[in-house]
Design a binder for this molecule. Structure first.
Ligand SMILES: Nc1ncnc2c1ncn2[C@@H]1O[C@H](COP(=O)(O)OP(=O)(O)OP(=O)(O)O)[C@@H](O)[C@H]1O
Length: 340
């Protein structure tokens, strides 16, 4: 449904997007994940026909975004980072207006408007002026205007930015409910958003695609970096060398309280072997009290940092871990909503 090949956009001397390839299958939600300035908005603006690419091709539902822009506009619903709303119109009036300019036949307009109001849970706000709505409701109107002409492809640029945690959950549920009958491309710099919402994720950094896979596959590539977190009480002098000698353990960190003899063991394993029972046996045989033992696995954060660090290393650049600050690891930090 969305096919992007060798897409590039150069602004003067800045390559905002460089040789980007990805595709989105019918009914799928693809997350487009990257830190600020990665090239997400630029790619989405090219796909929705707002700006031309410098090189490469992009097709929406089989139509070339450059050569067949009219067909592309009919087949696409786009929510930019800032929704294009008219504050002095009512919700229903605005959706009627958008349906008209998007070419919905007069006889179908009211049913399309009613459908999008219902899908976005806006029915009781239909007569309210847009300027009187909370940020969360405005975002729903933004999504409603993107789907009112029933496009098969929906592109959403950072749809949950600035929403409070309750609004974030509501908008994510709405997005998930649109998949299946629609194909969605969703940009975000919030890591948990992709694992919660998307079927696959394309990671973009510095204008280039650095990985594409399902969130689970991306994480399982790093299972080798999993390990165990263990809480024990007792004397651990003889346990420490035994653990270090145990095959499959690549790293051992111990945080101890010498007064209470309470120790937290952080073990990193370097293989796919399950060695939990061997570790537990060693602890018990040493006469220590085992309070808690849990498996720790790679997270999407690890995947993201891993791929962008590898990318920087292969290009001879310094690792860009500093950019971590522009990527939210905790998606529930919005907090601008004015209540619903
Ligand atoms: N009109 C423009 N003129 C010049 N440079 C631009 C323009 N638009 C974007 N850029 C640059 O292109 C790069 C990619 O920007 P883009 O907005 O696509 O990133 P993004 O991943 O969407 O980031 P954000 O989440 O901050 O919007 C950045 O370095 C940006 O400064």
């Amino acid at each position: 449904m969305i096919e992007v090949e060798h897409l590039s956009k150069i602004y003067g001397s800045t390559a905002a997007v460089e040789d980007v390839d990805f595709s989105v299958e019918k009914g799928e939600i693809l997350g487009f994940l990257g830190p600020n300035g990665a090239g997400k908005t630029t790619t989405m603006r090219i796909l929705s026909g707002f700006i031309p690419a410098t090189a490469g091709t992009a097709k929406i539902a089989g139509y070339d975004v450059h050569e067949q822009s009219l067909e592309v506009r009919r087949n696409i619903g786009y929510l930019p980072e800032t929704p294009p709303l008219y504050p002095d119109m009512t919700v229903e009036g605005f959706l009627q207006f958008v349906a008209r300019i998007k070419g919905v036949a007069r006889k179908n307009r009211q049913s399309r408007v009613d459908w999008s109001l219902e899908r976005c849970q806006l029915e009781d706000k239909r007569k309210v002026l847009i300027r009187k709505l909370s940020k969360g409701y405005k975002q729903r109107v933004g999504i409603a205007q993107a789907i009112v002409h029933d496009p098969p492809v929906i592109i959403l640029d950072e749809p949950t930015v600035g929403l409070d945690p309750k609004q974030i959950i509501e908008v994510r549920n709405l997005i998930k409910s649109l998949a299946g009958e629609h194909t969605l491309l969703l940009s975000t710099h919030i890591l948990p958003e992709v694992s919660m919402t998307c079927d696959r994720v394309t990671i973009i950094n510095g204008g280039k695609v650095v990985a594409t896979d399902t969130p689970n596959n991306l994480m399982s590539h790093l299972t080798a970096k999993g390990g165990y977190e263990i809480e024990i009480v007792g004397d651990i002098f003889s346990l420490e060398p035994m653990l270090n000698d145990l095959p499959g353990i690549s790293q051992l960190e111990i945080i101890s309280n010498s007064e209470t003899k309470h120790h937290t063991l952080l073990l990193t394993t370097d293989s796919h072997q399950e060695i939990g029972k061997d570790i537990a046996a060693l602890i018990i045989n040493q006469g220590l009290d085992l309070y808690e033992m849990k498996r720790t696995r790679a997270t999407l954060e690890d995947v993201f940092l891993n791929v962008i660090t590898e990318e920087a290393a292969t290009e001879g650049k310094a690792p860009i871990l500093g950019e971590k600050s522009s990527l939210e690891f905790d998606g529930e930090t919005g907090g601008q909503g004015d209540g619903e």
